[in-house]
Write a protein that binds this ligand. Structure first.
Ligand code: SF4
Length: 409
């Protein structure tokens, strides 16, 4: 009887890609998916270590699966938590059979020595009409709050050919390109700006090319034009804040005025452009004035989507040594105020679409997305149940509810 695996993935889209590749190695090894964790011979948890809450969720998931496993089943922990806290984690969690950092095989017959190039490993064809494709690993920046470069290492871009081969093999209609610092793709290969050529070539293979995580200083006219030409004018800008002094304390580029100008320019060029960004609330030194500036920015710029996150101190980062901590109660207050404002803005931008004709990709029966919604992150478009998954269809928006729309052909 074939042995079975259960794979649980936590964290960001980049982890989803790694998991798809791990599934490829497990299935090559003769394992088949289990229907329940309790039926599996091997339980793999692909963890996230981005912030404290993500680490806690990862550990809880490992403990829950270890508790549910049947006698003799093995639990393997991989991903960022395994990479960052390998030995410490192995010592602290005796219920785990193996801690496998990046590139360490996770299968039952796994050798003890790292041997996988996770970034370029082949993966099984996609099961949805869209898929993430990771084009680079690691990051060369030094943002004050971020521990990622310390455990994911310096940026390592894949070759254009490797990315295009993967896109072709996936057989999807929409590809979502991801990396820690996507716009810098190719710089480590001596090819700064290579993202533009990559977008164009991916666009020749699929109907939709979407980009996630763009560092704002990299968003030049060439890249804006290339994104608009894909037919998915969706801009996920990693802004993190708008106060100039605070951004410098974060060791990041830009300020609210520059960001607002760039967004206005893009809207003038492409009125249907959609914008997402993420912001950190309560970074050390954030004043009441900084918070007010962020509130004003959100009100004026009216992003379609925004992720707002409480600052989480990460061991070994530049920010961990900064003074002027913001008390947790005040962080929670600011976060609630910003979230309430952004929820209203998102709902009102969505309501403005009622009556418009939009093109949706049917992700599954009853659910689709236009260019304005990234999969698994933004709202969705509710559709009639007779539209088959995988179709691209023109529909008219008939209603909105918070982040979601209803539409019909
Ligand atoms: S660009 Fe992103 S991954 Fe790189 S250091 Fe900054 S926050 Fe971290």
């Amino acid at each position: 009887m074939p042995r079975r695996y259960w794979l649980e993935t936590l964290g960001c889209p980049k982890n989803d890609v790694d998991s798809a590749k791990l599934v490829g190695t497990l299935e090559c090894d003769g394992l088949i998916p289990a229907t329940e964790p309790e039926d599996a011979d091997l339980l793999v948890v692909n963890t996230c270590a981005f912030i404290e809450a993500a680490r806690e969720e990862s550990i809880e998931t490992v403990l829950a699966l270890a508790g549910a496993r049947r006698p003799g089943a093995q639990v393997v922990v991989t991903g960022c938590l395994a990479e960052r806290y390998g030995d410490e984690l192995a010592r602290a969690m005796p219920e785990v059979d193996r801690v496998a950092g990046f590139g360490v095989p996770v299968s039952l017959s796994a050798p003890a020595v790292p041997s996988l190039d996770l970034l370029n490993l082949r993966r099984p064809p996609a099961t949805a009409p869209w898929a993430y494709v990771k084009v680079a690993e690691g990051c060369d920046r030094a943002c004050g709050f971020c521990a990622i470069p310390s455990f994911r290492g310096r940026q390592r871009s894949r070759t254009e050919e490797a990315v295009l081969d993967e896109v072709e093999a996936l057989g999807v209609r929409e590809v979502v390109l991801v990396a820690q610092d996507l716009a810098s793709y190719g710089r480590d290969l001596g090819r700064a700006g290579a993202i533009i050529g990559l977008i164009e070539r991916v666009g020749d293979l699929v109907d939709r090319t979407r980009l996630l995580y763009l560092y704002p200083s990299e968003l030049g006219d060439g890249l804006v034009d290339a994104i608009c030409a894909t037919g998915v004018p969706y801009f996920d800008l990693s802004l993190q804040h708008v106060s100039r002094p605070l951004l410098r304390r974060m060791r990041r580029w830009g300020d609210g005025e520059r960001f607002a100008r760039r967004i206005a320019d893009i809207r003038a060029r492409e009125p249907s452009a959609a914008f997402r960004s993420s912001f950190i609330v309560g970074y050390p030194g954030e004043t009441e004035g900084d918070h007010d500036r962020l509130m004003e920015f959100l009100s004026e710029v009216r992003l379609d989507w925004a992720g707002l996150f409480a600052y989480s101190e990460e061991e070994g980062t530049y920010a961990a040594g900064l003074d002027q901590r913001v008390p947790p109660g005040l962080v929670a207050e600011r976060l609630a105020e910003l979230s309430e404002l952004q929820d209203r803005i998102t709902a009102s931008r969505r309501a403005e679409l009622v009556g418009e004709t939009i093109e949706v990709l049917v992700d599954r029966v009853g659910v689709g997305r236009s260019h304005r919604e990234a999969p698994e992150i933004d709202g969705v478009v509710g559709l009639p149940h007779d539209l088959p998954a995988g179709d691209l269809v023109d529909v008219v928006v008939t209603g909105s509810a918070g982040p979601d729309l209803e539409a019909t052909p």
